[in-house]
Design a protein around this ligand. Sequence first.
Ligand code: ZN
Length: 243
Amino acid sequence: MPFLSRKKKEPSSPPPPTPMHEEVTAQEYLLRLSIVARSSDGLRLPADPTIASAIPGIVEPLSQTTVETIDPLPIEYSEASPAIERFNELQQWVLARRDVSPIGRHCLYVLEMTDALDMTVDTVSCGLLHGDTDTSGYPDYNAIVGGLASHWDELSGELIVRAVVGWGGKGLRGDTDRIGQKLLSSLYQQVLASGFSLGQADQARLPSGGRGSGLSCAHCGFEAGSAAAFYCPKCGMRMSRGA
Ligand SMILES: [Zn+2]
């Protein structure tokens, strides 16, 4: 049959462009997240574990809820992050923080996402400082969470304490910033009033060095960023050195 033996047609040329529609009806979906955190300068406190255990009591008068002390990440979860797009890190975070309360988790989320905390070394004592939670116990976007973050100075072994506050989510209220700043000052003043403070720390934050100094803490396994470290910034114990 002749039509079967017909040669294959050349590829057809693209169809002529259809006239553009002037306007397409569309619904807009928008999510604006706003997260704000503040950290004070560091204050030096004596190199004494009993003083570290007194930190929650310093936060207590300013917190509307029971103060929760959240330890730095165990070494096996040291990559943990609350960032949803980093799935492996998020999985570690969920495992590491499954026993933390909704307020504590919100606090970690806000302060870790903004890098106000470095939970590989920081310990944080926190609570709900202002505002409300929803019926499930999660802080509203305009609620302010925070407290005191601490780590140990690598050279002196002193406890470096900072006031930290944060808020945010699906919205932002005009007066939150002012109240947040006031709470930050109150937390800082509360540390001074405790009588433990030895003065201001030269640098509040750890030198953000890459790991790989080869110097690890015999107690918690933390690897120091600098080979010159004498004390573990995470647990305050003396660093072990190969003799
Ligand atoms: Zn350690």
